[in-house]
Ligand binder design. Structure first.
Ligand code: AN7
Length: 354
């Protein structure tokens, strides 16, 4: 039989805290494309690659951590799971919970998660609780529920999540033959920048790479506590996935930034939406707004003259554009350009071919 990618636990078992007896709960996540970007390479004067994490089973990078966290939770006898989420963690946790037979409970900020993500949690059978508040309020409650009731917490404060998310860094190195010079990604609750840094460090320690990348994280300007150094009490951005005012992995994100001689900066909503549009029209890659913030940040750094010439740069695109079509289509006016009778001449006319 032809080879099939086995999912990150089997592909990277030796690097992960799973044992021979751990029942592997997988949707064959990981193994995502690393695409060369001609557009960005030309724009910033470097060798730019896109790690397309929207191609994971539930449409975001969260699946990498979820397979490890769910497998370990099942091994330990968990019956129910809970998370706070801006949408992707809940989409992923509920899918893996369905596969494992656990009962999923999700806490989301009322009215502030994209419709596609909400649909995923509902369809996978979750109990969805909308909280009047933001993600940070949801996370406080999720922690308290896990402390007081028989339910396991699946946010990235669960260390198994970070363990699994390291595999994205492993895949980048396995594809390129070494670590890049710069790794760029969006930052919200700051679990992923933590995970990539640990992944690169683990590979470097084992002699799998000759260098460590600079970690460049980008937050949305209205939700940029790691840039300003203070908690944002009312974060706001069109990129709802990274609408976080008090990141759980604050300290480890700062560590990744400083140890790598990197940076964490902010990009505006307008820059995020422009980058989303450009990725879709120039590269054929449709990402959700949060996922475009790394690209917006790389372009910003290039305008500031801070992208090293000829550097090899990898940008993580964290989630799929189909999760939030409302935001993608807002501002594009009518969805269709014209409506005609079923007639080839009318079609040619409408298409501007005559
Ligand atoms: C598309 O789903 O936190 O800095 O609850 O969905 O590791 O938080 C999502 C985060 C970037 C930020 N891009 O990653 C959640 C959640 C997308 C995301 C991030 C998220 P972290």
């Amino acid at each position: 039989m032809a080879h099939q990618w086995r999912g990150v636990v089997e592909e990277y078992r030796q690097w992960l805290p799973v044992g021979a007896a751990t029942p592997v709960v997988t949707l064959r996540e990981g193994g995502t494309p690393l695409l060369s970007s001609q557009w960005l390479s030309r724009s910033v004067g470097a060798d730019v690659w896109l790690k397309v994490e929207g191609d994971n089973p539930t449409g975001s990078f969260k699946d990498r951590g979820m397979t490890v966290a769910m497998s370990v939770a099942v091994e330990q006898g968990a019956r129910a799971c809970v998370c706070a989420s801006t949408g992707n963690t809940s989409a992923s946790m509920t899918a893996y919970a369905a596969r494992a037979g656990l009962r999923p409970v999700v806490l989301v900020p009322h009215g502030k998660i994209a419709a596609g993500k909400m649909a995923q949690a509902v369809v996978h059978g979750a109990t969805v609780v909308q909280v009047r508040g933001g993600f940070d309020d949801c996370l406080v409650i999720a922690r308290q529920l896990a402390d007081r009731y028989p339910v396991v917490l699946f946010n990235s404060v669960n260390p198994m999540r970070i363990e699994g998310q390291q595999t994205a860094a492993f895949e980048v190195v396995d594809a390129l033959g070494d670590a890049p010079d710069v790794h760029v990604l969006p930052v919200g609750n700051a679990g992923n920048i933590t995970a990539y840094w640990r992944g690169y460090a683990a590979y470097a320690d084992a002699g799998m790479t000759t260098r460590l990348p600079r970690m460049w994280g980008f937050q949305a300007a209205g939700a940029a506590p790691l840039v300003t150094g203070v908690v944002v009490s009312a974060p706001d951005t069109v990129a709802t996935a990274i609408r976080v005012g008090n990141p759980a992995s604050w300290a480890s994100a700062i560590l990744a930034r400083d140890a790598s001689h990197g940076r964490i900066d902010a990009v505006s909503d307008a820059q995020i939406l422009q980058a989303q549009h450009d990725l879709a029209t120039r590269e054929g890659v449709f990402v959700e707004p949060a996922s475009a913030s790394g690209v917006a940040g790389l372009l910003l750094a290039a305008r500031q003259g801070e992208v090293p010439e000829e550097a090899r740069v990898v940008v993580t695109l964290t989630g799929h554009g189909l999760k939030d079509t409302a935001t993608a289509l807002a501002g594009s006016g009518s969805v269709v350009d014209s409506v005609i009778d079923a007639d080839v001449h009318a079609a040619a006319d409408a298409a501007g071919l005559v």
